[in-house]
Write a protein that binds this ligand. Sequence first.
Ligand SMILES: *Cc1c(COP(=O)(O)O)cnc(C)c1O
Length: 421
Amino acid sequence: MRIDTKCIQSGYDPKNGEPRVLPIVQSTTYSYDTSEEMGKLFDLEAEGFFYTRLANPTLDAVEKKIADLEGGVGAMLTSSGQAASLISVTNIVKAGQHVVCSSAIYGGTFNLFNKTLRDLGIDFTFLKSNATKEEITAAFKENTRACFVESVTNPSLDVSDIQLYAEIAHSFGVPLIVDNTFPTPINFRPFEWGADIVTHSTSKYLDGHAVSLGGIIVDSGNFDWNNGKYPMLTEPDETYHGVVYTDHFGKAAYIAKARVHLMRDFGAQAAPMNAFLLNLGIETLALRMERHCSNAQKVAEFLEASEKIEWVNYPGLKSNKYYDLAKRMMPNGTCGVISFGVKGGKETAEKLMGELKLARIVTHVADARTCVLHPASTTHRQLTEQQLIDCGVAPNMIRLSVGIENSDDIIEDIKQALESC
Ligand SMILES: *Cc1c(COP(=O)(O)O)cnc(C)c1O
């Protein structure tokens, strides 16, 4: 099946007389005839559902669909994108070990890594987004156990060279984890470029309607864990009667451990209702991404031509430093998010935001409705002008998430707002 067909058909295969549409299994527990049968599930000797914290039929179908879209061997939904980032790293990295990470990542991920995981004893080296091959290579240490980047970064819209990161990580016997939230598997599939693990905040384009928080981790099944660096996967886990994940689950060792070990212990499980809504969103993902990208391209070109605009950052513009890389890796487009700066600084940016009618001011990005955010007066308002510049947030920067409305209406809204500035 082609990817747009998979969006509709993958994951759920009803038997004779069963509901055609994926049902919401709103039950924490599952009934068995004997304790012995349930015991086998606990020992991972048999497959089946026994408690929704570990697995649930509605979640299971959506996990299979997203694994299929990314081309992986298995996937695990989480309660949020944050939980997916947390588990993706802690599944294979312990206190006293180290992670190489791009500094151009979502702010929430940066705080999780730089503060919370550091406090728990995991060390990080953050690379600048345009780091060279030499700089990336130099960041790896003896105790490095993972490399983490975003394919298209939120909010700076840098495009990461996944092939380059994968080659370097693999030369150190370390897997590459890619947060693929912005392009989605419709526009980019990191496994085809050498990545080993993919994460998403499904709260964004995958859900697509800003109705449910969620995250997912997908395992490519390609990384060879038997290099002596990952005893948590290749040596017995005493909490499961000595199961060795790589022996028992083969290619799916990483994602199986994420579930039976960390989901069991952390409990950041997705809700069945949210998985149902996510599935509904994914049915139209291919159509929506096409429209998000074509609309964003038109809006970016309009902004670039306007004399009231100082700069526009969108990888689909020829003037963009990532234009060639984006065209090579993502020939059908990147995403619907644009950032731009208005002439006149912070005040004019705030004025423009207030004049917009169709584009609402919200903290979210990447859903069907066009929305805007002024980082300097909201998410980054505690920073000084100098600090704003240092972290790549210009005082006049507006982040615009272009929705799937008619592009003429979006452009007319921006035009009328610019005229009153
Ligand atoms: C929003 C976002 C996250 C965090 O996801 P939540 O679902 O909000 O927890 C992680 N990575 C990226 C790229 C995001 O945009």
